[in-house]
Design a protein around this ligand. Structure first.
Ligand code: NAP
Length: 543
């Protein structure tokens, strides 16, 4: 939105330097209506001095903008800009944007619009194209297909633009369908936090352009990436028709570090893929409906998904219950009762894995010298009884450790012990211990599987157990914190100060992400890069 033309031109130069091709100037506040010579002069200046080809938009208040003058005056502005005379050092904008609702209101208005834009019936030499747009800030327009047909029935516009507020990831699929069925250059965008996919994947489906902001506008325009994010994190220039799509399903998921890590990995190995945050609201029904819709749209090329809180159990349930495709469940995921990875094969069948198990097992083995037998007969104490604890139980008991589980809710700890025992393999030792006595347990390995100490959680400064007491009971013990943000938690800090060895949650994160990456790409994961990308991202988003 332009308030000061000088500042807007400075921003446009910055956008060009960052890699943008086109800039939109919103002049709703600049132009006051009929007789506003200053507003007209400012708009002419923007077009003349713009460092990039530009779109000029004067959006009416009734259409979500801020212009509240007469329509005739803003159309006269467009006409004047389109008739810019290079001999007088004037430059026409590349496009002007007008809403279909205004355009279709009267034949008279339409005629006036046509005078200022390039179209098949134009008699004069006009360089400005018309973007005919429609926006719905509440949700998908009920009459979308009629709207599309009406707009496609208009011969004059150079570009059609459809934008509506997405209510779920599924709205993106409809936006892509519009692009696939376009009859001319078309923009189709799902707005809001569910709509990021439509913005990033526009080039895959031949979208005419996508919008990105110069500065972080995640609070005012959620789902709209910055130019830097679009071109850097999501590698927009590398996206094409054959690009494979990956993402992390969770709620909330906007601050996940997985997109940073996997996209950096794809770039490093030259893999034609992109990885996106995919918010799916809590609940089995929304998870099931969304994931099946994404998988059913084979043209989307969804080839892999990470699944995080609160949907890990939902993924396993879907794989067990769905009959619309073939699901192959990894036995460890089956045993853990939860899964975090989908690999979509060429024939549409899906493999389901739980890479959290290896994410705990590999660093835990490493702490005891590596090798498959390194944990045999070691005493492992797991703090917590949720999903991560379950993965830890499967990993450590499977590796031959004597596993104790403790949680503030003793019944929940007991349930987890019973469930793990049900699928117990011969020789595995698993039992509960009381939460109150946890620090006095003699243990070779203590694994925190609670969110205590997590930045942004309820107790970022707390410890799940007193590290000094643990050091007294188990002087050669190892503390393993699954929390990875911050990478050095208060508990690990206290453990190191008490002379204990420590393993951080970042190692678990990187190990489980590497296993996903390898399952999707069949290439070795660039683990050092993963560690660096994850660390840098946590530095940016951390406390
Ligand atoms: P979850 O299923 O919600 O389980 C959390 C467990 O922690 C529950 O037993 C819960 O007890 C307990 N808990 C929560 N707050 C507590 C408190 N203040 N005092 C004592 N116990 C408390 O969560 P999850 O999926 O297992 O995840 C747990 C943590 O693991 C996450 O915070 C995350 O940092 C970490 N994690 C890391 C990775 C990685 O890649 N590094 C991967 C997955 C998870 P109640 O049942 O009584 O609430």
């Amino acid at each position: 939105m332009v308030d000061d033309p000088g500042a807007a031109l400075g921003d446009a130069a910055l956008a060009r330097d960052l890699g943008a091709d086109l800039v939109e100037f919103r002049v709703d506040r600049l132009f006051q209506g009929e007789g506003d010579a200053d507003g007209l002069a400012a708009a002419l200046r923007l077009c003349r001095e713009s460092p990039l080809p530009c779109i000029v938009t004067c959006r009416a208040a009734a259409e979500g903008g801020e212009y509240d003058g007469e329509d005739a005056a803003r159309i006269a502005l467009y006409e004047r800009l389109g008739a810019a005379d290079p001999a007088r050092d004037e430059h026409p904008p590349r496009y002007v944007d007008l809403e279909f609702a205004t355009y279709s209101r009267s034949a008279n208005l339409r005629q006036k619009v046509h005078l200022g834009v390039d179209h098949p019936g134009q008699q004069r030499d006009v360089a400005t194209g018309l973007i005919l747009s429609t926006h719905d800030f509440t949700g998908r327009p009920a009459n979308l297909s009629r709207l599309v047909a009406s707009m496609q029935g208009e011969p004059a516009p150079s570009v059609l633009k459809f934008a509506w507020k997405a209510r779920s990831l599924r709205d993106n699929l409809e936006a892509f369908e519009l692009l696939r069925e376009r009859d001319r250059p078309t923009i189709a965008l799902a707005m809001g936090e569910f709509g990021l996919m439509s913005r990033v994947l526009a080039p895959k489906f031949g979208g005419f352009l996508t919008f990105a902001s110069l500065r972080d506008s995640s609070t005012t325009a959620p789902g709209q990436p910055t130019v830097r994010e679009l071109l850097g994190r999501y590698r927009f220039r590398a996206i094409g028709p054959a690009t494979r799509v990956f993402g992390v399903i969770g709620w909330p998921v906007a601050h996940s570090i997985s997109p940073h890590v996997h996209n950096a990995g794809f770039e490093a190995i030259g893999f034609d893929g992109v990885y996106l945050p995919m918010p799916v609201a809590e609940g089995w029904e929304s998870f099931k409906a969304t994931l099946l819709s994404l998988l059913d749209a084979r043209w989307l090329d969804l080839r892999g998904v990470s699944v995080t809180i609160p949907h890990k159990k939902n993924l396993l349930r879907l794989a067990r219950e769905d009959r619309t495709r073939r699901w192959v469940i990894d036995p460890l995921a089956d045993r853990a009762g939860a899964a975090n990875t989908v690999v979509v094969n060429d024939d549409g069948s899906c493999a389901v894995l739980n890479t959290d198990i290896g994410g705990i097992l590999v660093p835990a083995l490493g702490a005891f010298g590596g090798g498959p037998g390194a944990l045999r007969e070691k005493r492992a104490l797991i703090l917590g009884a949720g999903g991560a604890a379950r993965a830890a139980g499967v990993a450590l008991a499977g590796a031959g450790a004597r596993v104790s589980i403790t949680a503030r809710d003793a019944a929940r700890a007991g349930e987890l012990v019973e469930q793990l025992k049900e699928s117990q393999r011969s020789g595995e030792k698993i039992g509960p211990v009381p939460w109150e006595g946890r620090c006095a347990e003699r243990a070779d390995l203590v694994v925190n599987c609670t969110p205590i100490g997590m930045s942004g959680g309820a107790q970022p400064q707390e410890q799940p157990a007193d590290a000094a007491l643990i050091a007294r009971a188990s002087p050669s013990g190892v503390l393993f914190d699954t929390v990875y943000n911050p990478s050095l938690t208060p508990w690990l800090r206290a453990g190191a100060a008490a002379g204990l060895r420590t393993v951080g949650g970042l190692e678990m994160f990187v190990t489980q992400a590497a296993a996903q990456f390898e399952a999707w790409t069949s290439a070795p994961a660039p683990v050092t890069l993963f560690r660096r990308a994850a660390g840098e991202t946590l530095g940016l988003t951390g406390p």
